[in-house]
Design a protein around this ligand. Structure first.
Ligand code: HEC
Ligand code: HEC
Length: 302
């Protein structure tokens, strides 16, 4: 509350709080007057000839609940920061409360993460408990983009298919998650619509999709002469160092229809995997890497 610029707001809050509590008490006490017994007071409403609505005081036990709330608020005002800039006698503050809780949780889980960090990544990927921890982290930090089942979506790679843009070796996965990745496929509109269509047909033929064979043949030439092979490799099997995907498989980041491939080549694609090392620290990145690795167990790396 130190950001009150002048005393006006301080006293404004104190006054408002005090007046509210006093007003509540006054209303409560005013209800406390029991009418002298005799003929019961009625509101004058009569139904069905003899049914009258009485105007009796509220039950005592119920009234006491209200009195207790007034006492509670007075005690609260003394203990906690309620009245303007008064800090309360307990000195409690919400300031730094979150950081304190995070630090406490980190301290509690540190021995566990230290144990995981000391484990070899492949061994951790086979450790049931470690993988479960990794899954929980995954569902907190990664699911929004890669999906709950890690199977990705358009523009977000599937992490469970053992097909890697940036490499599936343990060290490569750790690097990807730690420092993020930036996939850049340059725009090639300058090649002209015809050449781009040829290239799209060639790319489709590589994955065994129906393609115009004449265009595919011309596209193959262009693939090497205009520089596609510089990034995707002469065999079009991709290059991990640049994040250039393998174009010969049936796995697509954006899609394998002719119009989609034409769009990819014409306009290019930019894609970013965020970096996590600074935010999560080495141990959590290690456990997440093991989780990603575990998703691909039993399938051959591509
Ligand atoms: C904001 C969205 C977003 C979040 C959150 C995100 N990622 Fe990614 N991730 C991407 C994108 C986009 C790519 C592809 C980058 C590219 O095309 O170069 C990617 C790529 C990857 C790759 C490389 C895949 C390959 O084929 O080489 C891995 C591994 C990965 N992410 C793991 C994770 C993990 C683990 C987390 C959680 C800590 C995470 N990602 C959170 C968007 C995200
Ligand atoms: C500078 C390197 C570079 C060059 C040159 C390049 N690409 Fe790419 N290409 C990439 C990268 C990196 C990606 C992945 C983009 C991403 O992560 O979003 C990509 C993605 C693609 C895709 C999308 C694949 C999918 O799964 O959806 C196609 C198709 C493609 N490139 C074809 C080509 C063709 C054809 C050429 C030549 C005209 C070419 N690329 C030139 C780096 C390159």
């Amino acid at each position: 509350m130190s950001d009150f610029v002048n005393q006006f707001w301080n006293w404004y809050v104190i006054l408002l709080t005090a007046v509210s509590i006093i007003a509540c008490s006054v209303v409560l006490w005013s209800q406390n007057i029991t009418p002298v017994s005799g003929k019961a007071d009625t509101t004058g409403h009569v139904w069905d000839e003899t049914l009258e609505e009485y105007n009796n005081p509220l039950p005592k036990w119920w009234m006491w609940l209200f009195h207790i709330t007034v006492v509670f608020s007075l005690v609260y005002c003394v203990l906690y920061p309620t009245l303007g800039s008064f800090q309360g006698v307990l000195g409690w503050s919400s300031d730094g409360q979150y950081a304190k809780e995070v630090a406490k949780a980190d301290a509690e889980t540190k021995p566990l993460y230290d144990k995981y960090l000391a484990m070899d990544l492949s061994a951790l990927a086979a450790d049931k408990e470690g993988v479960e921890t990794g899954k929980r982290l995954y569902l907190t930090y990664c699911m929004q983009c890669h999906g709950a089942d890690a199977r990705g979506g358009k523009g977000f790679p599937n992490l469970a298919d053992n097909d890697w843009q940036w490499g599936g070796e343990p060290a490569e996965i750790v690097e990807t998650i730690s420092n993020g990745r930036m996939g850049v496929m340059p725009a090639h509109a300058q090649l002209g619509a015809e050449t781009i269509k040829d290239l799209a047909n060639y790319v489709r033929s590589l994955s065994g999709l129906p393609a115009d064979s004449l265009r595919a043949a011309k596209g193959q030439e262009a693939f090497n002469s205009v520089g596609c092979s510089g990034c995707h490799g002469p065999d079009a099997k991709g290059m991990h160092a640049l994040g250039a995907p393998n174009l010969t498989d049936s796995i697509w980041l954006y899609g394998g229809s002719e119009p989609t491939i034409i769009e990819t080549i014409t306009k290019g694609r930019n894609n970013q995997m965020p970096a996590w090392q600074q935010f999560l620290g080495d141990a959590k990145v290690h456990v997440l890497s093991a989780y990603v690795l575990s998703l691909n167990k039993g399938t051959e790396s591509k």
